[in-house]
Ligand binder design. Structure first.
Ligand code: COA
Ligand code: AMP
Length: 627
């Protein structure tokens, strides 16, 4: 391991307070913190407890004040609408001020919540920064989620306003957002006071009701809103993510630690200098979008790309290369699924030949396990280092990876490499001991968690403690399994719970089961993720029907129910009828065994199984029906 990385890592573990206090000096605090860390009795970290700051000011005002107002802050590139629009730091600040003034006039202030349900347009980032400016807490909901999901989040976050748009575009299909918001409000118990709608002119008709107001009528162009000082541990945002129950978890991100950690990560992990162009090809609805489309590049004074398109079909598999070339992106971030999709369309990367990517320095991959073949192909065609790094909504920034800013070590395909400074990653056996090299265990982080990582769940400290801090005392439990080899490289093998990962999107099988079980035709069901060459995993359901009617019709209804209740990203690839489900003697469904059977991989018959003969039945039913 290179010495610069090692020195930083070792200091971050031996002296976290000193390490992060030094990093905190890189930011312009309104009131600088006098101490680094308070450790709460439950193990949670409160970083820079007496510091005051404003995240929007750190993202915008400080750069304008430093004379870089004319530098590009954000490039919006939308192949689905044929638009490219660029904002300098001064222009972005003006847009944020105008919306912040509208929000303030509508009575939204410090500590109030706002939901942002928008497609990938600059106004989504502007909405996030405007909330941050006035100390309001935003909760962005991914635009691909169905109204029921939006309603669940509304009832938990209790927003005063919802910011949305008339429509988004999925490749060539226009998706009307406003009716989805109306449906969610009709489902939800909590009612927002205002719905602010940005009109793109894409939706046929956009019905406006009494609580709705057009974005253009809501903002106050030319206004200047002084950034509200907030405490370091005041929440900046809530981001819901799938857990092991039907109810998503509201990850709370605080202002101070987040700003310190994200600025640090841009410099040292991604190796980005102010003024350089960074691109995270994700969606603002996911944590990657929060951290690396919006906040981190701006905290670093870099230029971010906000891309409204897909790796393929918008218009073809050369889109990523065009964006890198046209906007002079030096480092980018995407999910392995996106690369697999490009490779499927253009296996020899012939489309790449048309572009000059000599300025491109590195490709980062995350969001799901990256197979060695995908990583090697990417490296061979791009001729730059390809770095697999591992993180979660909870951490908000990488926990494993390599730091371009400190210099790279050899990459081992299939491994997400080493702990990032701040994260004391440990592999712990089921008995709670440190695993031996090569031995698989639970991937944990020894406490304290560094700045930026979650400190709580919104409205649910008990679930936070039970889910993350109690399973392995003294550690944060990630929910992933993995091992460390003799050279210190960590390999993530996948979730050990009922969360699955589809195209880099995290989904709860428990939630899917709840939806299926609510159908009168379903006596019992089990959902699990099966291998997919493109998306990593796709969800599949085994169903014990209540009657002997037309199963094809039932399966069609069940697939439609999942799309309608969660969204198309959770589409079930197969619904298979079975007579019984394999369970433990205490009645727990053996989903891991089902997944192994469906994937056609070897498995051990669990010693806890109630009736092993069911497995033979399932094998006979499942193997021909692999998606
Ligand atoms: N709004 C509405 N619908 C959406 C949506 C959104 N924001 N995002 C996805 N969907 C819909 C799609 O239209 C599709 O609907 P369909 O089944 O009716 O066609 C469905 O959800 C599945 O979408 P997607 O997961 O994008 O799959 P796809 O087959 O359309 O495209 C890929 C395949 C590989 C191109 C796509 O999965 C992809 O770009 N993956 C990379 C994702 C990524 O970057 N993840 C990282 C997050 S950090
Ligand atoms: P999310 O919170 O949606 O970002 O999903 C986080 C989960 O995605 C992790 O718990 C892992 O299971 C998976 N994941 C993310 N990055 C990687 C990676 N580089 N390698 C393996 N799994 C990953």
């Amino acid at each position: 391991m290179n010495t610069q990385y090692l020195t930083a890592f070792e200091r971050s573990i031996a002296d976290p307070e000193g390490f992060w206090m030094d990093e905190a000096q890189e930011l312009s605090w309104m009131v600088p913190p006098s101490r680094a860390l308070d450790r709460l009795p439950n193990g949670a970290s409160q970083w820079f407890p007496d510091g005051m700051l404003n995240t929007s000011a750190l993202c915008l005002d400080v750069h304008v004040a430093a004379g870089r107002g004319d530098q590009l802050a954000l490039i919006y590139d939308s192949p689905v609408t044929g638009v490219v629009r660029k904002y300098t730091y001064s222009e972005l600040l003006a847009e944020v001020n105008a919306l912040a003034a509208g929000l303030s006039a509508a009575g939204v202030g410090k500590g109030d919540t706002a939901i942002i349900y928008m497609p990938m347009i600059p106004e989504a980032a502007i909405a996030m920064l405007a909330c941050a400016r006035i100390g309001a807490v935003h909760s962005v909901v991914f635009g691909g989620f169905a109204p029921r999901e939006l309603a669940i989040r509304m009832d938990d976050a209790r927003p005063k306003v919802i910011l949305t748009a008339d429509a988004g575009v999925e490749v060539q299909r226009v998706i009307d957002y406003k009716p989805l918001v109306d449906e969610a409000i009709a489902h939800a118990q909590h009612q927002p006071e205002r719905v602010v709608v940005f009109h793109r002119g894409l939706a046929g008709t956009c019905q406006m009701g009494a609580r709705d107001i057009r974005w253009d009528d809501f903002v106050q162009a030319g206004a200047e809103v002084p950034p509200t000082p907030v405490g370091s541990n005041d929440p900046l945002y809530i981001l819901y993510t799938s857990g092991t129950t039907g109810l998503p978890k509201g990850i709370v991100r605080e202002n101070g630690g987040h700003a310190v950690a994200l600025r640090y990560s841009m410099e040292h992990i991604y190796g980005i200098q102010p003024g350089e162009v960074f691109w995270a090809a994700s969606d603002v609805g996911w944590v990657v979008g929060h951290s690396y489309i919006v906040y981190a590049p701006l905290l670093r004074g870099a230029t971010t790309v906000l891309f409204e398109g897909k790796p393929i079909k918008t218009p073809d598999a050369s889109t990523f290369w065009r964006v890198i070339a046209e906007h002079r992106v030096v480092t980018m971030f995407t999910a392995p699924t996106a690369i697999r999709a490009i490779r499927k369309e253009d296996p020899q990367a012939e489309l790449l030949q048309a572009f000059d990517l000599r300025h491109f320095r590195a490709q980062f991959l995350a969001g799901e396990r990256c197979d060695a073949d995908t990583l090697n192909w990417t490296r061979d065609v791009l001729q730059v280092p390809v770095i697999d790094h591992w993180w979660q909504t909870e951490s908000g920034w990488p926990m494993l990876g390599q730091c371009l800013g400190y210099g790279l070590d050899a990459v081992k395909p299939g491994s997400a490499s080493f702990p990032i400074p701040g994260y004391d990653v440990r592999i712990v056996t089921a008995e709670g001991a440190e695993a031996a090299p090569g031995e698989e265990g639970l991937v944990c982080v020894k406490l304290p968690l560094p700045p930026g990582a979650l400190a709580d769940l919104w409205n649910n400290t008990e679930r936070f403690e039970q889910g993350y801090l109690t399973p392995v005392p003294g550690h944060y439990f990630s929910g992933d399994g993995g091992y460390r080899d003799a050279d210190g490289y960590v390999f993530i093998t996948g979730r050990v719970d009922d969360v699955i990962n589809v195209a880099g999107h995290r989904l709860s099988t428990a939630e899917m089961e709840e939806i299926l079980a609510a159908h009168p035709g379903v006596a019992e069901c089990a959902c699990f993720g099966v291998h997919c060459d493109l998306k990593g995993q796709v969800p599949m359901a085994l169903v014990v029907p209540t009657g002997s009617g037309d199963f094809e019709a039932l399966a069609t209804e069940l697939k439609a129910a999942i799309r309608h209740e969660i969204g198309a990203i959770a589409s079930l690839k197969a619904v298979v009828a079975v007579e019984r489900l394999p369970k433990t003697r205490s009645g727990k469904i053996l989903r891991k065994t089902l997944r192994a059977i469906a994937d056609g991989v070897e498995y051990k018959v669990p010693s806890t199984i109630d009736d092993p003969t069911i497995l033979t039945e399932i094998e006979q039913t499942l193997q021909p029906s692999q998606p």
